[in-house]
Design a protein around this ligand. Structure first.
Ligand code: FES
Length: 359
């Protein structure tokens, strides 16, 4: 009785119903609760199993350690029983190891399990350090993601921004799926472009493309060769307005650039008339200029000169300028016909079709 009993020993003694729960018999007290019923079947049949049964047995004083105490000192309430268990058990002595369970649950677990050291060890093994998590920060995450973040030791913000691979369960958070989808789309686009470039740079494709281009160009050239070359020229007949537009004694250069004719209103052999002179020099075909101050046509090529009537008087030109056909149309307009030519050296200027008399 000199040493205090542990809680486990007390409870083991309660279960076994033995009155001699002394420290002098450590082999019997150190046996585990699971071995005790096998060694003493009769005691196991009468031993309390639940917490209420154990507490009732202690209150009733049916156990030998409680019977040794005076009736006034027996614990009656649960608090007193637990206090007695904390202070050293029914035998009034603490265990040698000094490990006494502190909480009520621990004491009851020790009573059920047969000792205080074993539950304490189990508790240490099952303790998990859970990091502090802000409820507001994990409101948008699923349970699996929160557990994953807690296990990885990262904050909920990191778990939200960093993709977490959960192979057994599909991802449900859009903030986690988006980066993976973009990366996959980029890889697919690069793969497609690479395939197109590889196909376009293949030797067989280049050869066929060159052949088709050559055949197409040759076909277009053949089609153009089959079409005749058409020279578009101005019309040979054109109207130049009424005779009143051309004053007597004047040379009009209005139609020189467009139709290649001068319109002259002059007196020839005592008759006032309007006629059309060709702008082609009779020497080598240059285009003379009308010099109003000198009242002559002057060829810039070789210096041939022509009078207002068209007769050559200087330079290498061998003959006078040619007249074009002209007539007064029914509508009162002068009409020039370049398809008809009249030469003075041939006496053709006497033809009435080579001039239009005016009053
Ligand atoms: Fe006109 Fe020679 S071409 S003078």
């Amino acid at each position: 009785m000199s040493e205090k009993l542990s809680t486990a020993e007390i409870l083991a003694a309660i279960r076994s119903g033995s009155a001699s729960a002394e420290k002098s018999a450590p082999p019997e007290s150190s046996a585990s609760p699971s071995e005790t019923p096998a060694e003493s079947p009769a005691a196991a049949a009468g031993a309390p199993s639940g917490t209420p049964s154990i507490l009732d047995a202690i209150r009733a004083g049916g156990n030998a350690p409680a019977a040794d105490k005076p009736a006034a000192e027996k614990p009656s309430s649960t608090a007193e029983i637990l206090a007695a268990a904390r202070s050293g058990g029914a035998g009034g002595s603490k265990p040698a190891g000094g490990s006494v369970p502190e909480g009520t649950s621990a004491i009851l677990a020790a009573v059920r399990g047969g000792g205080a050291a074993a539950p304490a060890a189990k508790k240490k093994k099952t303790e998990v350090a859970v990091p502090a998590i802000d409820p507001a920060a994990v409101s948008g995450l699923s349970v699996s993601e929160m557990i994953q973040a807690a296990r990885a030791g990262q904050s909920p913000e990191e778990a939200e921004t960093r993709p977490v691979a959960l192979p057994a369960k599909p991802l449900r958070s859009k903030t986690v799926v988006k980066p993976v989808a973009k990366k996959t789309e980029t890889v697919q686009r690069r793969g497609f472009l690479g395939s197109v470039v590889a196909w376009m740079t293949a030797p067989i494709v280049i050869a066929w493309t060159s052949l088709c281009a050559t055949v197409g160009i040759a076909s277009l050239a053949t089609a153009r060769f089959m079409m005749p070359n058409v020279l578009v020229e101005p019309p040979t007949k054109f109207k130049i307005g009424p005779p009143s537009d051309y004053s007597p004694g004047t040379v009009s250069t209005k139609w020189k650039a467009q139709f290649g004719v001068w319109i002259v209103n002059a007196e020839v052999d005592g008759a006032q008339m309007v006629y059309a002179l060709s702008t082609v020099c009779t020497h080598l075909g240059c285009t003379p200029n009308w010099l109003e101050g000198e009242q002559k046509f002057k060829c810039p090529c070789h210096g041939s000169g022509f009078r207002k009537t068209g007769v050559n008087f200087e330079g290498p030109a061998p003959r006078p300028l040619e007249r074009m056909g002209i007539r007064l149309a029914p509508d009162g307009m002068l009409e020039v016909d370049k398809s008809v030519k009249f030469q003075q050296e041939l006496g053709q200027w006497e033809n009435a079709a080579s001039y239009v008399p005016v009053v």
